[in-house]
Ligand binder design. Structure first.
Ligand code: IPM
Ligand code: MG
Length: 357
């Protein structure tokens, strides 16, 4: 198979983890006889520094032509004080919108090898933790208009609009139900329908779509309760489907309680263009350039790309198994280090994975 990839390493630890991830991809290409051509493009802070924009047009054009897009991370303290209209995060939101990536799949699972790193008591996670947040990614309060800061009657006011139309809810609902059909056949839709009108519509549409998936067990939770249930009894969840803002918050919560946010991958998918694959964690400016970053989430994002974008199941499994084996053999980066294990830097742990492919 021959595929063309757009690579956006981004800021902070982004370049370090991306270069290691690509070493794994090259090895897979060699082993299974594929060819992946790569084009590096700018996004985020580095794009601001080099071009004045967090999302140059050339980046959007290149991504639209690619067969898949890989992203490291964006942002850092040096861009915190610039004009909010061109913050690094705008690059990320912009590329999601430009590519129509409305569905964000964020699996959170507890790797048995890393159970010691889990933030919850062993009795709470005795049944494991393996869920997927399906977050709506191009609508809701992130993009709703009107939005702004202005002066009204001599007072500064700030406002955003949480808005969904029925089609936006319907298409993300289908993604969630289809994902559940391949998993434990449970969907929990999270909203705030006791307060928000937008959530009442959300729930209505979810109920409509559910009729097409009679095998899937559907439940609803208000977002505050969902946040609580995630730490109280996370094994009750299979697929959680929710809006952009609630999904942003709940996916951080779900991933961090596994204790291994440095291990978790994500996919952002649309209809028109190729998907974008990235680790869940951020740019970690505090450890950038020190060789301390954990590249495993990026490596697993590449596995997710091979599976979702190119249907290369064997290749994806090969990477996942190599990562598992690396952990089983006791190799760790600093973020998941435990007593008695072997501490590796970013390159070393990738070496261990490559040996096990
Ligand atoms: C995420 C991040 C982004 C978001 C930021 C960096 C814009 O938190 O991908 O979850 O809020 O969507
Ligand atoms: Mg977030």
């Amino acid at each position: 198979m021959k595929k063309h990839l757009c690579i956006m390493a981004g800021d902070g630890i982004g370049p370090e983890i991306m270069s290691q991830g690509l070493r794994v991809l090259d090895k897979i290409a060699e082993k299974f006889g594929h060819e992946f051509t790569k084009e590096e493009v700018l996004i985020g802070g580095i794009a601001i520094d080099k071009t004045g924009s967090p999302l140059p047009d050339a980046t959007v054009e290149a991504c639209k032509k690619a067969d898949a897009v890989l992203l490291g991370a964006v942002g850092g303290p040096q861009w915190d004080t610039i004009d909010p209209a061109i913050r690094p995060e705008k690059g990320l939101l912009g590329i999601r919108k430009a590519l129509g990536l409305f569905a964000n799949l964020r699996p959170a699972r507890l790797f048995p090898e890393l159970a010691g790193a889990c933030l919850l008591r062993p009795d709470i996670v005795k049944d494991g933790l393996d869920l997927m947040v399906v977050r709506e990614l191009t609508g809701g309060i992130y993009f709703g208009k009107p939005a702004g800061v202005e002066v009204r009657d001599g007072k500064r006011v700030g406002y955003n609009t949480m808005i969904y139309n029925e089609d936006e809810v319907r298409r993300i609902a289908h993604i969630a139900f289809k994902a559940a059909m391949k998993r434990k056949k449970k969907v929990c839709s999270v909203d705030k329908a006791n307060v928000l009108d937008v959530s009442r519509l959300w729930r209505e549409i979810i109920l409509e779509v559910a009729k097409e998936y009679p095998e899937v067990e559907l439940s609803h939770l208000y977002v505050d309760n969902a946040a609580m249930q995630l730490v109280r009894d996370p094994s009750q969840f299979d697929v959680i489907v929710t809006s952009n803002l609630f999904g942003d918050i709940l996916s951080d919560e779900a991933s961090v309680i596994t204790g291994s946010i440095g291990m978790l991958a994500s996919a952002s998918l649309g209809n028109e263009y190729a998907g974008l694959y990235e680790p869940i964690h951020g740019s970690a400016p505090d450890i950038a350039g020190q060789g301390k970053a954990n590249p495993l989430a990026t490596i697993l994002s590449i596995a997710m790309m091979l599976l979702h974008e190119f249907d290369l199941e064997k290749e994806a499994l090969c990477i996942e198994n190599a990562v598992r084996k690396t952990l089983q053999d006791g190799y760790r980066t600093g973020d998941i280090m435990e007593e008695g294990k072997i501490l590796c830097n970013t390159t070393e742990i990738t070496d261990r994975v490559i040996e096990r492919l």
